[in-house]
Each structure stands twice: as C-alpha cells, then as structure tokens.
Design a protein around this ligand. Structure first.
Ligand code: F6R
Length: 591
C-alpha cells in the first residue's frame, strides 16, 4: 500500500509534500518521510508515527528547496522503525527514492549489492532500489533508473531524485499506481490524485512498464523496456479539493456516511448507452464471475441476489484472493466482473490479468476513473460518489449496491423503475440519518464495552450481516461475525451467552419468518437481540426501525446505515480513530 508524492516547481516543497502526505495518509500511516533538494543538497527527514505527530517533531515545512519526494508507509517488509521509513538513500547520500509495492527479488539483489560493497541501513525491500540506481549511475539518473528497473521483480511505483542532477524527478512503475500531474511551471507525481487536485486537475496515468522524467517545465514519458519516448494523453480529474476535505464532520467516515443520500442520486447519472451495453453483455455471457475483496465483495453478494431475483441471471461471486486459484482456467465467453472502490486492489488485478490472458472479458464497477482496474476493463460502470477517504468503506458500498440495482433492472428492461426507486431511497436514507443518529450512538457506546457481536441474515440480507460485522470489527476492534442465520445452529450458537449482542437483519421480506425464528433461538440462549426491521416484534430486545419501502430489495440499503453508525460510534467510544484503523490501509496494492 503506501502513498507517494513528488513535486518540482517554485513552491516550498517541504510544506507542499507534508500536506500531500496528509491527503495520502489513508493509504498507510505507520511512518512517513520527506526528501527535498535545495541546489545540490539532499535532506531527508523521516520517522515512525502518524504524519501530524511527526511534523511536530520534524517540521517538514521548514525543509529547504522547491522539489522533493515523500512517502507514507504501511509496513510490509521490516518493522515500523525510523530506518525502515522512506525515503531511502544510497551509500553516498546523493540519491533518494520512495517506493510503493513489493520487490520480490530484494534478497538476491541485496546480497549482490552488499557483495559489491553497498551498505544497507534498513530491513526493507525498497532500499535496494536506491542502491541499484547508485550502482548504475554514470552521470544520468534516467539511464540509471532504467537499468535498475530492469532488475526488479514484483510491484513498484518509484520516484527517484539525485543531488547530482537537481531539477529532475524520475518516476517508473509496474503494477502499483502512479500518475503525473501537469501544472504550469510545476509538475507532480503521486499514487493518486487526492494530494494534487488543489494544484492541477490535468493528470497522466502511467501504465505498467512506463516511466516519466519531470522537470518543472516538462514531463516526458518513456517505455521502461527500451526508454523510447511515449506519447501520453492527459485526463481531467472530475472532483475538486473540497470533495477530499472533512467539511466540518469530526471524521471522514461520518461525513461519508452522511453523503450516502447524495451518492444514491449520483449513481443514477450513468451513461445510459454504456449501461445498456453492459447489461446486454452480462445477459449474453456464458459465465459471469464477480471478483472483489472485503466490503466490495459484500456488495457483489448483494448484486448476485439482485441479478438473480430481478433479471434471472445467475452469477458467481468469488473473493479475489481465492479467485487466483481458478483464474488460469476460465474460458472465452466468461465475463470477469471486478468490483472495487479504489480500482487498485492487487488481488483483484492479479485475477483480472490472468483471466484476461485466458480470453475472459474484463468488466468492472469502480469508483476511481482511470484506476488500474478501470484501465484493464473493456467496459466500466462508475460509482460517481467522489473520493472515499476513510479506510472503512461506506458510501462506496451504498453506491456499488445501487449500481447493481440499476444493472439488474436494466437487464430486465426496467431501468426507469430502478431510477425512480433509487431517488425514493435517497430520501429514505436521509430520513434514517436524521432520525437514527442519536440512538445508534447509544447502541455503539453499549457495544464498545462488549467482546463479541453476531450479525445474522438470510438471502440478500446475509450480505448485510457480513458487512455490518466487518464495519464493527475493523474500526472498533470488537470481534464480530456475520453469518447466514440458518447456519447458526451448525456451530456458532454455542458461543451465545447472556448479554451477547445479536443483530438480526429482519425486514419484512421473503426471509422474514425464518430469520425471526433464528433470532428467537439466540434470545432463548440469553442473547440481547437487536432487530433491524420495518415491523416491530416483541421478540426484539431493541427494535432498530427501518423505513417502509416499496421493493424488498431496497431493504439492504436501509439496514446498513444504522450498522455503519453503530460501528462508527463504538470506535469513537473506544478512543479509536475510525478513519485510520490499526494495521489497515485504504488501498490494498500488495497481495
Ligand atoms: C472495508 C473496506 C475493505 C475494501 C477492500 C476492497 O471497509 O473498505 O474491505 O472494501 O479492501 O477495496 P476496493 O474496493 O478498493 O477494491
């Protein structure tokens, strides 16, 4: 994971890079560092810890120079220490690099370089890149980076600078994301557009095996295979810096939960021709396999139910990291449908590349336009919900479910109904947010004192049980399990004891009575039963009221909202930062 940013221009680089790191912090936040160049002098400040705390100690803003590179880390190789934080320098202290990705052959490279006399300061895989560049450096940073990149196996997005060539940043990538921002008399490079949109919205996405050399007035692009120049087209980022701010909310997560009514409306603004073609292709496909991770997979499970019930189309849903064991055997006629907020999730990308090589068509539902998954896809539908910054996904989940709702209805020739339903739903979610926030805060605070919680649902509601449990555990660290209500008796019921919180997804739909019986079974063993339903029932210890709606398939949208709020308030009550849960990062760009 990790986030990287580089700048070259006329502004004070330390301040700009520090601000950029704060924007990128959601990609990793266990350590950070900045390198600036002032004339021929390279300075590096870095350490383990959160970026704001580090700044109090290291004062990034006071660093001299108007060019530099910076990194925020999510540790993969080597512990969370100052030595392992980026930027990493070569032996001479003239070359510095930042890296996102994993260098798979770093041990052999390290041994080879150490035998030549290079000395290493960190345990990271990344440091070898600085030494490899040094080893190949004969007065030309671009050439040295090109030679070094040839030796690297694995995934990388790298920015490199040298004190011997002030005025240049060299960038190269394979698999990990990297874009170049084009300004007037200034250039940027970054993992994504969030740290640069306030300066420029014109960006060029680097593809795998591409490189760039930036000066303040030029951006030149090259193929990493032979360093031949490439013509690249710039795109325009469609959202603004304000979209990436907190707008008065205490956390991004809360802001994003409250943005969901808007997100539902924004989903409707699909390119209709594209949606129709997407729907047609899915209908005709011999086999459709949806691949995704975490929350995105939960939305795909909901999508499976929607496609089945509305359009009579059966699709498979696989966890992306498990799909890789089947990806090499897919056949032409198969559509692999990626679902991803970031569009950069490594496990998803891996399966897509492999199944594409076998003749599968790749289609996707993504939020970030121009992301790696989007670019690999023959056709994409977009969430249109703006940047999602909190690590725990909320509005992107809502938007993914809404895209599936539109898609299922488009496949059944009922798109207009779906559009109307989503407009109505947007109002209902707003009502819920207005009415339920206070009560969900109380329940969240109650849950913060518990060790375990269980979430049960059947049919389409099972996916909400999974998602509710994931939200709670990832930000509050209360252990939570989501499961099909019918599966309870086959083991998990043994864990229910007096006071164990059980959340029953129990809207009045085709699953109502059977789920209710399962809830009552837990209550008989002492559980405290929270019933999420549009209909009150005396079996519930607490009724979490869902608004009435016109289509049973809309209940999942309504039942996730209180569960998101409960998780948020449980995390806050435990003193956790809900935006940055421990050990996690927003964009999982390593396998
Ligand atoms: C949980 C969460 C993750 C992501 C998962 C996939 O709240 O956000 O489980 O859903 O890492 O990420 P994307 O959607 O970017 O592929």
């Amino acid at each position: 994971m990790c986030g990287i940013i580089g700048y070259i221009g006329a502004r004070p680089a330390g301040a700009l890079l520090f601000k950029g790191l704060k924007r990128l912090e959601y990609r990793g936040y266990d350590s950070a560092g900045v390198a600036t160049l002032d004339g021929g002098k390279l300075e590096i400040r870095k350490d383990a810890g959160k970026i704001s705390e580090l700044d109090e100690k290291l004062h990034f803003e006071s660093m001299a120079g108007s060019m530099g590179i910076a990194h925020t880390r999510w540790a993969t190789h080597g512990g969370v220490t100052r030595e392992n934080a980026h930027p990493h320098a070569d032996c001479s202290g003239a070359i510095a690099i930042v890296h996102n990705g994993i260098i798979e052959n770093f041990q052999e490279l390290k041994a080879e370089l150490a035998a030549k006399g290079h000395s290493f300061k960190s345990e990271t895989d990344s440091e070898v890149i600085a030494h490899l560049i040094e080893d190949n450096y004969k007065g030309d940073l671009e050439k040295a980076a090109f030679e070094a990149a040839k030796r690297l196996r694995g995934s990388f997005a790298v920015l490199a600078v040298s004190a011997k060539e002030p005025g240049k940043i060299v960038c190269f990538k394979r698999e990990s994301p990297l874009l170049v921002g084009l300004g007037n008399g200034e250039m940027f490079a970054a993992s994504d557009a969030t740290p640069i949109v306030e300066y420029t919205r014109r960006v060029v996405f680097l593809e795998d095996g591409e490189a760039a050399a930036l000066t303040k007035d030029s951006a030149k692009f090259y193929s990493l295979d032979d360093w031949k120049p490439l013509e690249k087209k710039a795109s325009t980022v469609e959202w603004s810096a304000e979209d990436a701010g907190k707008n008065g909310y205490s956390h991004f997560m809360l802001k994003e939960i409250f943005e969901q009514p808007q997100a539902l409306k924004a989903v409707i603004a699909q390119d209709e021709k594209n949606l129709a073609a997407f729907a047609e292709e899915l209908k005709k496909a011999k086999r459709v396999i949806a691949v995704a991770c975490g929350t995105a997979r939960h939305s795909a499970v909901i999508g499976k139910h929607m496609l089945d019930r509305v359009a009579g189309k059966d699709i498979e849903v696989l966890i992306a990291s498990e799909f890789e064991y089947f990806a090499d055997r897919v056949e032409p006629g198969t559509i692999v449908l990626a679902v991803s907020q970031s569009g950069e999730t490594a496990d998803v990308l891996d399966g897509l590349r492999r199944s594409k090589a076998k003749g599968a068509r790749i289609m996707s539902i993504v939020n970030v336009k121009g992301s790696s998954i989007d670019r690999l896809s023959e056709r994409s539908l977009y969430l249109n919900c703006g940047p999602e910054i909190a690590v725990a996904s909320t509005k992107a989940f809502m938007a993914q479910c809404a895209v599936f709702y539109l898609l299922a209805h488009a496949m059944a020739g009922k798109l207009e109904k779906a559009e109307g339903d989503l407009r109505l739903l947007s109002g209902l979610v707003q009502q819920e947010l207005d009415a339920a926030n206070g009560k969900m805060k109380e329940i969240g605070e109650e849950l913060a004192k518990k060790q375990n919680a269980y979430y049960l649902g059947r049919g389409v509601n099972y996916a909400i049980a999974l998602e509710g449990a994931l939200k709670l555990k990832e930000i509050s660290y209360v252990h939570a399990e989501g499961m099909p209500a019918g599966e309870l008796k086959h083991g998990t019921l043994a864990l229910i004891e007096k006071g164990t919180p059980v959340f029953l997804l129990n809207p009045e739909d085709y699953t109502y009575y059977e789920s209710l019986s399962n809830g009552i079974e837990t209550r008989a063993r002492g559980a405290k039963l929270f019933g999420l339903s549009n209909k009150e029932n005396k079996a519930y210890d607490e009724w979490i009221r869902l608004p009435e709606t016109i289509d049973a398939l809309l209940y999942p949208f309504l039942s996730i909202v209180p569960l998101q709020l409960i998780a948020y308030y449980a995390a806050v009550a435990r003193g956790n930062d809900p935006d940055k849960p421990r050990n996690l990062a927003k964009s999982v760009t390593v396998k």
